[in-house]
Design a binder for this molecule. Structure first.
Ligand code: P1T
Length: 389
């Protein structure tokens, strides 16, 4: 795209935002600036880059593109989703402050809050925003509200506008971890949230070949503090990781449509299957959060959770017997994955807490990829047969 042309639609932004042909060579793709330091003409006189922990041109391009996709004024990237989470919490609250967090979040987020930040004096309470009235869930004195919607792994839907209204009334800021929806289907800043976080490892990178995280915001003062911490703490991604994520972003809109198409057909297949006990998918009429989901999301991708009839052993056999769905942690890549959250991604949550939230030991989570649908359906069908006792 030539400089000066305004990028408009999502796909155009995914391909062009934050990037222009390299001025020194005309290279159409942002180069991998594999460099740690930059020449200065005299002390403090340089071309905008001093040291790659502070800034790197490949990272700058990625940050600009991600900000454009979430409709944010500012974007910063980190070495992982958890590095982004840690830096954000340390930036916006202090030890002693009270953080209210959704009860159903990625197990690593829970572990960071409960096992790393709590011992430093940060106060956390975990609540189910879909059940507890907002006044009770977010009491006076709360400084930060942290939520996922849809949640990992139960795909619960929180009314983001309602959380924002209550949080702002008590002077708290709101972070939405938007990893599951992706910016293609949901933009929490437009719903009033103060910060959006993504594990870019997932849909944004999209190819299971890179780990990363990002924070997006419209608050300039908070962005300045976050940027200071990004450099001062130093949990930054390398240029190759930024390049891979940037490359992944270019097809985000196309991939999300196909994830959604495949997932919807698999949800129908599972709902009709006599050996399936329960299916969780937010954009299905059967989901209790369906109306809210429709009001704040324009669609949903490939995440489905379900429970089989029968015992835990059946679920363990099932996940071991799929051939196209790979048994693995993570999600959001082009390839389909299957896992048992209680034993894998959410094993760091104490068993009694998992049970209270509803993450039963036999819960199966699918990340539906963009392979051919008949092959995916055939794979699940053969796993049903092969896993029968
Ligand atoms: O893995 P990392 O890039 O550090 O991102 C952490 C993270 C944050 N938020 C959500 C909603 C996530 O799902 C994750 C990582 N989740 C997995 C690895 C998983 O399989 O659920």
């Amino acid at each position: 795209m030539k400089s000066g042309a305004p990028p408009e639609g999502f796909g155009t932004r995914a391909i062009h935002a934050g990037q222009s042909p390299d001025p020194s060579t005309g290279a159409v793709m942002t180069p991998i600036f594999q460099v740690s330091t930059y020449a200065q003409q005299e002390v403090g006189k340089h071309q905008g880059y001093e040291y790659s922990r502070t800034d790197n041109p490949t990272r700058t391009a990625l940050q600009g593109c991600l900000a454009a996709l979430e409709g944010a004024a500012h974007g910063l990237v980190f070495a992982s989703g958890l590095a982004a989470t840690d830096t954000l919490v340390r930036t916006v609250v202090s030890p002693g402050d009270h953080v209210v967090c959704g009860d159903d979040v990625y197990g690593g987020t829970y572990r960071l809050f409960d096992k790393v930040l709590r011992p430093h004096g940060f106060q956390f309470s975990f609540v189910d925003f879909t059940k507890v009235p907002m006044e009770q869930a977010i009491p006076e004195g709360t400084k930060l509200v942290w939520l996922e919607s849809p949640t990992n792994p139960l795909l619960k839907i929180t009314d983001i506008r309602a959380v924002v209204t209550r949080a702002h009334a008590v002077g708290a800021q709101v972070v939405v971890d938007n990893t599951f929806a992706s910016p293609y289907f949901q933009n929490p800043l437009a719903l009033g949230a103060d910060f959006v976080l993504h594990s870019t490892t997932k849909y944004l990178g999209g190819h299971s070949d890179v780990v990363g995280g990002t924070v997006l915001t419209n608050h300039t003062a908070a962005y300045e503090r976050l940027k200071f911490h990004q450099n001062a703490i130093g949990a930054v991604p390398g240029p190759m990781d930024c390049f891979l994520t940037l490359r992944g972003l270019k097809t985000l809109h196309v991939r999300m449509e196909r994830h959604q198409q495949n997932a919807r057909a698999i949800v129908d297949f599972l709902l009709d299957h006599p050996e399936v006990e329960r299916v969780y998918y937010p954009l299905h009429e059967s989901h209790p959060g369906y109306a809210i989901a429709r009001s704040q999301m324009s669609g949903f991708g490939g995440m489905i959770s379900f429970e089989l009839k029968g015992d835990l052993a059946r679920a363990r056999r099932f996940v071991a017997m799929t051939k196209i769905f790979t048994l693995a942690e993570s999600l959001g890549g082009v390839e389909s994955l299957i896992e048992l959250p209680a034993a894998m991604t959410h094993a760091s949550i104490e068993p009694e807490k998992r049970k209270a939230i509803g993450i039963v030991d036999g819960l199966i989570r699918l990340s539906v990829g963009i392979e051919d649908l008949p092959d995916l359906l055939g794979d699940l069908e053969q796993a049903f047969e092969a896993s029968r006792a």
